[in-house]
Design a protein around this ligand. Structure first.
Ligand code: NAD
Ligand code: TYD
Length: 337
């Protein structure tokens, strides 16, 4: 039996990964360590919380004693680190917690993994560590790191630490760098679920700048299968870019959402741009495709329809996550724009 410590498994991508592992790999034990910040939600795992192969632990990756105890108690042989502060806008208004969790927290996990001889450490990173592209070109695994936001700087720092633990102490590791994910259970602070939620409520859709910023969209389930392939097959020390080959300007994505929901384009509202906004991301995923045999299962056109329909079918989940502190967040982040 594979015994995996998954951190951040109650967040968007982590919960999709936990669901995939428990559904498709019955020989795995999942220990899910999550602090349940505003972005962590056990409702994301409703039908799996009490699954026999799932042990949920409410706690912080910065808690050294807890992390070491879990590795011993469950005889962990792999760690997949999803836990992070993940939103660029929040990193601009309050960067400190990004360093605490994304850098110090990763260091705590690495020290424990090294000392307890964990056989595989997978760091879930982002294409944002590479910085921003102009009109041409794509990020490869050789692109120098040049992070522009406090969020991406914290993720790049963590990537460097992971590599350094491999180099200095021989810790077996892999780093994955994916493009923007979308799909079920994404918190509506990120572009796609925020626009779906606003459109459903006939609220203005806040488009930063000219709306021609480009992101390369990856369906979350396809990201999860890619991480699984890395865990199963990748040689230690390798880095893999993961992308959906779906480059789209934000306005195109927003118009697609409006059209699928039968809402008018007049809901679009141009607002003040994000400071330091990266113009374009695009991933060259040929390494993981050619070396590990991974491929995405859906096109963007299929994935976005599945996603919008999921939000339509899961009204109570959405209503719940936007109650409470979400409204305060939205007013603070968008009132000055
Ligand atoms: P998310 O914000 O939805 O979830 C993060 C999870 O981590 C939450 O459940 C939260 O409670 C937990 N967490 C935060 N701080 C913690 C701590 N100190 N200890 C334990 N748990 C903690 O994030 P996501 O979108 O699911 O992203 C997951 C990972 O993937 C992150 O590392 C992120 O940098 C990376 N990533 C995300 C995207 C994307 O498009 N969402 C793209 C590239 C990379
Ligand atoms: P986001 O989902 O925050 O992901 P990231 O910044 O990590 O790529 O944003 C995706 C794109 O959408 C980015 O170009 C910023 C833009 N955006 C808006 O135009 N309006 C919004 O309200 C949000 C949240 C994002």
């Amino acid at each position: 039996m594979k015994r995996i410590l998954i951190t951040g498994g109650a967040g968007f991508i982590g919960s999709n990964f936990v669901r995939m592992v428990l559904s498709e790999h019955p020989d795995c034990l999942v220990v899910n360590l999550d602090k349940l910040t505003y972005a962590g939600n056990l409702e994301n795992l409703a039908e799996f919380v009490d699954h026999a192969n799932h042990k949920f632990v409410h706690g912080d990756i910065c808690d050294e004693t807890l992390v070491r105890k879990l590795i011993d108690e469950y005889r962990i042989d792999a760690i997949v680190n999803f836990a992070a502060e993940s939103h660029v806008d929040r990193s601009i208004t309050g960067p400190r917690v990004f360093i605490d969790t994304n850098v110090s927290g990763t260091l705590t996990l690495l020290e424990a993994a090294r000392d307890k001889n964990v056989q595989c450490f997978v760091q879930v990173s982002t294409d944002e560590v590479y910085g921003s592209l102009g009109a041409e070109g794509m990020f490869t695994e050789q692109t120098p790191l040049s992070p522009n936001s406090p969020y991406s700087a914290s993720k790049a720092s963590a990537d460097h630490l992971v590599r350094a633990f491999g180099h200095t102490w021989g810790l077996p590791y892999n780093i994955t760098r994916c493009s923007n994910n979308y799909g079920p259970y994404q918190f509506p602070e990120k572009l796609i679920p925020l626009m779906i939620n606003n459109a459903l409520n006939d609220k203005p859709l806040p488009v930063y700048g000219d709306g021609m910023y480009v992101r390369d969209w990856l369906y979350v389930y396809d990201h999860c299968t890619a991480i699984w392939q890395v865990l199963e097959k990748a040689p230690s020390g390798e880095i893999y870019n993961i992308g959906g080959c779906n480059e789209k300007p934000n306005l195109e994505v927003i118009r697609l959402i409006l059209s699928h929901l039968n809402k008018p384009d007049t809901l679009i509202q141009y607002v003040k741009d994000r400071p330091g906004h990266d113009r374009r991301y695009a991933i060259d995923a040929s390494k993981i495709i050619n070396e590990l045999g991974w491929k995405p299962s859906v096109t963007f056109e299929q994935g976005i329809v599945k996603t919008i329909d999921w939000y339509l079918d899961n009204g109570p989940w959405l209503a719940h996550v936007v109650s409470g502190d979400y409204q305060k967040y939205y007013d603070t982040m968008y009132s000055g724009r």
